[in-house]
Design a protein around this ligand. Structure first.
Ligand code: PHE
Length: 356
């Protein structure tokens, strides 16, 4: 059977300036403007970038719905050929290429930072379109979203520990943080501050200094993934939870900001069978979009937005309890709650409890 088209609008345009493929996938605008970051990453083929954009944008729809935002999901992917590192001038041109594609979408989609891009890049994109979140505060935006995403991750870890171990206290627990990029680095800082026991890793050896600074044990990514800790915190690229990796895990629970942690939806089942509690990444990683939309669309202060970000704890607790009550996986419980909100299609229904 021919599968139904899930996405509303997908564009692939060869950048006018750079010739590089710029892909924007708008998954859904049922709840409002689609939002999702701009990823600059290497792919063996641009079609792999397209596949990634389709998956990531669909996840953004669920992420927004579960966060109670009046927004849908989208994503931008610029597929860089293997080994291609754009110099400063090419990068600027590339971001202008991205801005042109987004401008042509007439406000149905707005972008933000993601893997490979940051607030300064948003300023460059904004030279071509106003539909950009997270420019630096000095440039009129809400700034780097990564620390807010990390605050949301901490809220999720509190909720997960309360559910799984009967106490939200993090100082009694051990964590393996896999990936010390912008968000992972902040998460490490917050966990160290909370007095947690930490194992960390990154593909970049230079991040070892961070481990030393926070008194964390440095390991290889492989050993970090399978380390004997209470909670695994995936904070790098997606796809780390696979039918091959799940049997090797020694953690009791998983919650982290990496997008698309499961290689396929079905991988939630072996995790569940092993009794490993997985907090869906679409819930855990929503702090960045919650903060950015609260400040930039709803004109709240950063402190008010931070309170909303900490609301991730309540959302996750609700999903974990619903899952347990119905013997479903947390992934399935999250999916069905998101689906219900999107099907309703009414921003008011999603946001009534947010007081906007
Ligand atoms: N990387 C963010 C995410 O995937 C993207 C984003 C942040 C988009 C802030 C808009 C605003 O959630």
């Amino acid at each position: 059977m021919f599968p139904a088209t899930a996405h509303e609008h997908v564009v692939m345009r060869r950048g006018l300036r750079t010739g590089l493929p710029v892909i924007v996938a708008v998954h859904s605008t049922a709840l409002g403007q689609a939002i999702g970051g701009c990823r600059l990453a290497h792919y063996p083929d641009w079609r792999d970038g397209l596949t990634d954009a389709l998956r990531l944008s669909a996840a953004m729809s669920d992420k927004c719905a579960l966060a109670g935002l009046p927004n849908g999901g989208g994503k931008t992917v610029v597929a860089l050929p293997p080994g291609h590192v754009p110099d400063a001038a090419t990068r600027r041109s590339l971001l202008h290429d991205v801005g042109d594609v987004i401008a042509a979408l007439d406000g149905t989609y707005a972008t933000g930072p993601d893997v490979g891009t940051g607030p300064d890049d948003m300023t460059t994109i904004a030279e071509r379109t106003p539909h950009v979140f997270c420019r630096p505060v000095s440039a009129g935006g809400s700034g780097d979203s990564s620390q807010h995403t990390a605050v949301g991750v901490l809220a999720a870890l509190h909720a997960l520990c309360a559910e799984r171990f009967g106490s939200a206290e993090l100082s009694q627990r051990s964590f393996a943080v896999l990936g010390l990029g912008r968000v992972g680095g902040h998460v490490l800082h917050l966990l160290a501050e909370a007095g947690a026991t930490l194992v960390v890793s990154d593909v970049d050896e230079e991040k070892r200094a961070l481990a030393d600074r926070y008194g964390a044990t440095w390991t290889s990514p492989q050993d970090c993934l399978t380390s004997d800790v209470d909670v695994l915190v995936p904070a790098a690229l997606g796809g780390v939870l696979t039918p091959q990796s799940v049997p090797t895990l020694r953690c009791a629970a998983i919650a982290g900001p990496a997008n698309n942690q499961l290689d396929a939806p079905g991988t939630a089942d072996p995790l569940h069978e092993r009794g490993i509690r997985w907090a869906p990444d679409i819930v855990v990683s929503a702090g960045g979009i919650i903060h950015a939309t609260a400040v930039e669309l709803h004109h709240e202060t950063s402190a008010q937005a931070a309170t909303r970000v900490r609301g991730i704890a309540g959302t996750l607790t609700d999903i974990l309890r619903t899952a347990r009550a119905s013997a479903a996986t947390p992934a399935a419980a999250a999916r069905s709650q998101a689906e219900q909100r999107i099907q309703l299609g009414l921003p008011e229904a999603a946001t009534a409890h947010q007081g906007w």
